[in-house]
Design a protein around this ligand. Sequence first.
Ligand SMILES: Cc1ncc(COP(=O)(O)O)c(C=O)c1O
Length: 280
Amino acid sequence: MTSESEYALFERFPELEKTIPTLGLGVYPSPVRPMPNVAKALGQGYTDKVWVKRDDLNNEDYGGNKIRKFELEYAPLKKRGYDTVATMGGIGTNQGVAAAIFCKQLGLECAVVLHPQPITEDVRNKLMLLHTTGCRMHRSGGAIRAIRKLGRICRPDNVYRHAPGGTSPIANVAFVNAGFELARQVEAGAMPFPDYVYVAAGTTGTFAGLLYGAYLAGLTEKGTKVVGVRVVPRVLGNRWIVRWQMRRTHAFLCSRSKQFEREVPKKFPLAQTDQRRGEN
Ligand SMILES: Cc1ncc(COP(=O)(O)O)c(C=O)c1O
């Protein structure tokens, strides 16, 4: 971890610092900032009430939700004998771009299986960016075929299968940490108490981790609702999957620290919108 970085989760559960290695790809806490223009567009009642947590600033080369996930996911790879990472996504995949960039930085080979998606300006730019990293790009006819192709690529022992969207129990822990981080920023007065926290929900690891972190850190108890904004079809991102992701994350944390034994959430506030971005 870089010297400027702080893992709020490790402060609350110090045992985890010894059992969960990190690569220090990001700098935390990410700043929280007001969004006066969005507040203005929403109307008078919203003045000073809309804030953003700038995870895009976590890393100079590539911002967004992947940094937190990747710095935990990739930390043990070399020690476990992997020299290559393979992953998949649509042709405009953020997951693929981030994997290719960070593998290059870490001295790992990277292969990305790409399936078709509607072409937009953003998708085109991501594809160009992926190309410039020099990663191995494999085309496939559709998402199901891409899963099969990824399976074949990952057969050798040296190739690590990085799940689509980078969602896994260890990666979700990174957003449990983000939940604690946010709670600490609120406590410190860096931003007002949030009634709602909105986050994109694709493979749902970001949402599940953040929701679970906000729950453990006491934000949801005080009234914060963490809202996942679904950006994929319902079959891929739904309440059942979010619950499953939270349970896997909890089980992982229990395996790394006895302090988690009594921390199982029985009930949690969960709201999802039906909005779709249509391009991811
Ligand atoms: C920038 C960004 N934030 C958040 C998400 C949602 O992440 P997750 O796949 O963990 O639900 C995505 C992907 O959909 C993303 O690209």
